[in-house]
Ligand binder design. Structure first.
Ligand SMILES: Cc1cc2nc3c(=O)[nH]c(=O)nc-3n(C[C@H](O)[C@H](O)[C@H](O)COP(=O)(O)OP(=O)(O)OC[C@H]3O[C@@H](n4cnc5c(N)ncnc54)[C@H](O)[C@@H]3O)c2cc1C
Length: 329
């Protein structure tokens, strides 16, 4: 074993919930180590929508995703957490050292980290974008195909087709209005969208103005171009008609395929396939001393939002600290 200095709490995942948990542990004078599989801090927010505005975090009527996680980082790391980036959690064991029962987390880098408690804030686990069912589609990456909008500037003056029926497809149909060449074409395979009513209403208003073109039920069938993307063949699946649409950017926002990976094998009780069941009054999992917060934590009625993760992180951190200190929350 290496890196044997014991921390009070290991936090697994440096998204908004993990950073918030780090703040609360530090605030209670506890020591923290954060283990994060990506090479960057900020979870889904930094990785998938740094330039999207977030409107529903208390205290911020409107804030860019990256700005929000920058502020979470400043707040969460102020007590000096030890942050280990680029290490994926693999195994969890219980060990005894100097008469103390500890958790031993081992990562794919071969490091083992000891702590008195653990808070799992792993979001959806390791995640990758769901792809269009077109052979060789990934060959268009870097040549016009995008799975996330990292920088709006990459779409400046470009004719864009966005595929998807959820909030992110709608968010970017609206969010790229001031950047892309209009109209932005929104393609969805169903007639009904799963997005917020307010976003849908705004998209319909822009459609009436000619700034958005909504194609349903439609599916992208082929990508054309010599080097970079020039056009798509899109099928109206209602009529079977195929039509060619000129475009330089195809943004597919079909969600992410994710899996808990090794975490699901730690003997922790799950809620469905993707979440760890917690007691929502303490955020403790079925493994004593192991807590979960944020998107990864499940119970009846759970909503996966940043602000919900913040609340759970506060509960998890304060309960974890109280338990190993034998004190009151
Ligand atoms: C496109 C999009 C738009 C959204 N818009 C909003 C919005 O406007 N408002 C809102 O409230 N919510 C929004 N959400 C949801 C919000 O992003 C999540 O609720 C939030 O990111 C959850 O934070 P988290 O810290 O729990 O998990 P995450 O942000 O997913 O962070 C988890 C971290 O854990 C790491 N990890 C996973 N497995 C391991 C492992 N085995 N070892 C080490 N590290 C690991 C991951 O790499 C990741 O960095 C949106 C989500 C998406 C995809």
């Amino acid at each position: 074993m290496s890196n044997q200095d014991v921390r009070d709490v290991t936090i697994l995942g440096a998204g908004p919930s993990g950073l918030s948990a780090a703040y609360y542990v530090g605030h209670r004078d506890g020591t923290v180590r954060i283990v994060e599989s990506l090479e960057q801090i900020g979870g889904q927010v930094a990785a998938t929508y740094p330039e999207k505005h977030v409107y529903d975090v208390a205290g911020f009527p409107k804030i860019l995703g990256q700005k929000l996680v920058d502020m979470c980082t400043e707040q969460g790391l102020q007590y000096g957490a030890d942050v280990r980036l680029g290490e994926e959690a693999k195994t969890l064991e219980r060990v005894s050292e100097n008469g103390e029962d500890l958790l031993a987390l081992t990562t794919d880098a071969g490091n083992t980290y000891l702590s008195r408690a653990m808070i799992i804030t792993a979001g959806h686990g390791a995640f990758e974008p769901r792809r269009l069912g077109i052979d060789g589609i990934d060959e268009w990456l870097g040549r016009g195909l995008h799975y996330v909008v990292r920088e709006k500037a990459a779409f400046a003056g470009k004719r864009c087709v966005i595929v998807g029926g959820g909030d992110s497809a709608l968010d970017w149909t609206l969010g790229l209005q001031d950047t892309a060449d209009l109209p932005i074409t929104l393609v969805h395979r169903r007639d009904r969208f799963r997005a917020l009513e307010s976003s849908m209403n705004e998209a319909r208003r822009l459609e009436a103005e000619g700034a958005v073109k909504i194609l349903t039920p439609h599916e992208v069938r082929e990508v054309h171009g010599d080097g970079s993307m020039e056009a798509l063949t899109i099928e109206n699946t209602g009529t079977g008609e195929l039509e060619r649409y000129e475009c330089q950017a195809l943004i597919t926002l079909l969600g992410f395929v994710s899996h808990l990976g090794a975490i699901a094998e730690w003997g922790v009780e799950l809620e469905g396939k993707r979440q760890i069941r917690i007691d929502p009054t303490t955020c403790e999992t079925s493994l004593p001393g192991v807590y979960a917060a944020g998107d990864v934590a499940g119970y009846e009625g759970k909503i996966t939002l940043i602000s919900v993760g913040f609340g759970e992180a506060a509960l998890a951190a304060n309960n974890a600290i109280a338990k190993f200190r034998g004190a009151k929350v």
